[in-house]
Design a protein around this ligand. Sequence first.
Ligand SMILES: [Zn+2]
Length: 287
Amino acid sequence: MPELPEVEIVRQTLEKKIRLKKVKKVLVRNRNLRFKIPLNFGNFLKGKQIIKVKRFSKYLILCFSSNNFCLLHLGMSGTIHLVQNKNQGCITNTSFYNSPILPKKHNHVEIIFENFKIVYNDPRRFGFFQIINNLNSLKKKFLNFGPEPFNSKFNIEYISSFFRGKKKNIKNFLIDQNFVSGIGNIYASEILFLCKIDPSKKVHLLKIDECKKIITNSRIVLLKAIRYGGSSIRDFRNAKGKKGNFQKNFKVYNREGLNCKRYRCEGVIKKKVISNRSTFYCNICQI
Ligand SMILES: [Zn+2]
């Protein structure tokens, strides 16, 4: 599933490619995504110029010169492919996960520009497109979302007041988008490992120092993942193969039964299920 770093990589690639370009035509092959694509979708986009590609949390935001927007969420399995008119069969994926070249099936939406097109592929169809008519509606859309870890609003005062008197565990909060936006299941385990915090610890018991570590390490983990995703994209394009992605740098995620990577720690990585999600932690340095 794409998380914030993967979506940011897609944003960077798209921004380079489609900024200031005009949509020539839109082809909707299948309207039945998580939310049905509206009938006027093609007409809405046609002729519009994209002035910027933004991102909030895991949402991509195409900003048009006409001051309206198109939201795109990749869901569980959505990918965006850039297809040049003349170069068929090349690497098309804008991120490093899933098929590097345009799959034959599940290409639900095509947004066509002068010399290329972007194709939305999504086998499980949990992703969606949404038209947003003005800036106010866009702000409203994200009103109940917590700040991203990079935002200065994600600070010690915010965290302390949010956690006061709450008895849920920290792992649950890190993946709760009302508290903080853009941390998914994988990165929550990685962040708590760096903080040496037990994922089951109740948040009202966290010390100020631990909250500070959560802020710093959330930023470190996401930025590092973006950096690796970025370099992997470059390798991907140059060498035409998958390498150097962030998965290889996981400290705990998917490492059940393996030794802890922390210097001199003799712990073993354990897995437990918290709110139906797998959580990985070291049984010595995170207790
Ligand atoms: Zn350890």
